[in-house]
Design a protein around this ligand. Structure first.
Ligand SMILES: *Cc1c(COP(=O)(O)O)cnc(C)c1O
Length: 348
């Protein structure tokens, strides 16, 4: 146990008595038991029972897939929910603050605002890498978390591992590493550092490489002490039965998923090359994710033109240091061809 964790968490959460669901009290269930404890409809529909609040079967499977012990896993209704639970566990509203590194994923500051937590922005440097010394200057009893997105959305680059390690060693709070796009990189997940750093939290998702954005399943990996607190504050049935079932099925199809990822990596390289040839594209940023950020002559105009062609991309121009950028998700080979054809056909 690391006493620093106790020091960071919100005092009101430390001694919380969680709601115990009917089936929690009983523990191991046997096939032949009669369940008259939870006021369910007894007629079998496949989904008439409450789901396992701790998703034990699914966590066992994720544990062997990701090589992290099941006690170090929290699952939630998308990454959105697991990130929100971190705010609730660590941050006292109207008092604590968190550090974000713009340009980055917008949900961190949205969740901070919803939880009445102040955000301090320490911009990424010219290479879109973390300004480690700037972040460490934010150390204080009130600064509870820093959010590092790697690969970063929308810039698509990986953050240097040495920088994250410097943060894990020097930041007096939780370092949240969002690895939503880790499967599109050639790097290992930082989950392998959980033994070394009690303040490391890694977040991943079923929404991107696993192709299941519709089921809403987020994963959080942390030391068992942190997971214990998070389990105590999460809504008891936060991952529904249909989601657990769909995730288990997807884990039987990992070969298919990795084939899709390798197609997308090939397509990413092709699309980047094709974008380089387009007259109005000034710069194509290198990507370790399943999207490409490109600097163009006039992003608003090009965005509208593409809408007219029936193609929706993301205009990221309002983000810090992303003036005149569009973010292109890598689609199927046919979709990418259509995008490139539309860009080539545009009269400037
Ligand atoms: C897409 C994305 C997620 C995934 O969010 P879900 O709620 O799990 O769908 C998380 N983080 C980043 C940076 C993303 O771009």
């Amino acid at each position: 146990m690391d006493s620093r964790i106790k020091h960071w968490i919100r005092p009101a959460m430390a001694n919380l008595k969680p709601y115990t669901s009917a089936r929690d009290e009983y523990g191991e269930s046997r096939e032949d038991m009669i369940f008259l404890d939870a006021n369910e409809n007894p007629f079998d529909s496949g989904m008439n029972r409450y789901p396992d609040p701790l998703q034990r079967e699914l966590k066992e499977r994720i544990a062997s897939w990701r090589n992290v012990a099941p006690e170090r896993i929290l699952l939630g209704n998308g990454s959105d929910e697991v990130l929100d639970l971190l705010f609730r566990l660590f941050c006292v509203p109207e008092q604590d603050r968190v550090v974000v590194l713009p340009p980055t994923y917008g949900m961190y500051s949205v969740l901070a605002a919803i939880n009445s937590v102040e955000t301090v922005a320490i911009p990424l440097d010219a290479e879109f890498h973390p300004n480690v010394s700037g972040i460490l200057e934010c150390n204080s009893d009130r600064t509870k978390m820093v959010f590092v997105c790697s690969p970063n959305n929308p810039t698509a680059n990986l953050m240097p591992r040495e920088s994250i390690i410097e943060l894990l060693e020097g930041f007096d709070g939780i370092v949240v590493v969002d690895e939503a796009y880790i499967d599109f990189t050639d790097e290992d997940s930082l989950t392998e550092l959980l033994d070394q750093y009690a303040n490391l939290v890694v977040v991943q998702t079923f929404s991107k490489a696993m192709g299941l954005a519709g089921i809403r399943l987020g994963m959080l990996f942390a030391r068992e002490e942190v997971i214990g607190y998070l389990n105590a504050i999460k809504p008891p049935y936060n991952v529904n039965g249909l989601t657990q079932k769909a995730a288990l099925e997807a884990l039987d199809e990992l070969k298919l998923k990795s084939e899709q990822v390798s197609i997308l990596k090939t397509e990413r390289a092709r699309l980047a090359e094709a974008l380089e040839e387009i007259a109005c594209v000034q710069e194509v940023l290198p990507s370790a994710a399943n999207f490409i950020l490109a600097r163009v002559d006039d992003a608003d105009n090009l965005y509208q033109y593409l809408i007219g062609q029936g193609i929706v991309v993301r205009n990221r121009s309002k983000q810090l240091n992303c003036e005149n950028t569009l973010r292109f998700t890598v689609g199927t080979p046919e979709e990418n061809k259509a995008l490139v054809a539309a860009l080539k056909a545009r009269k400037s």
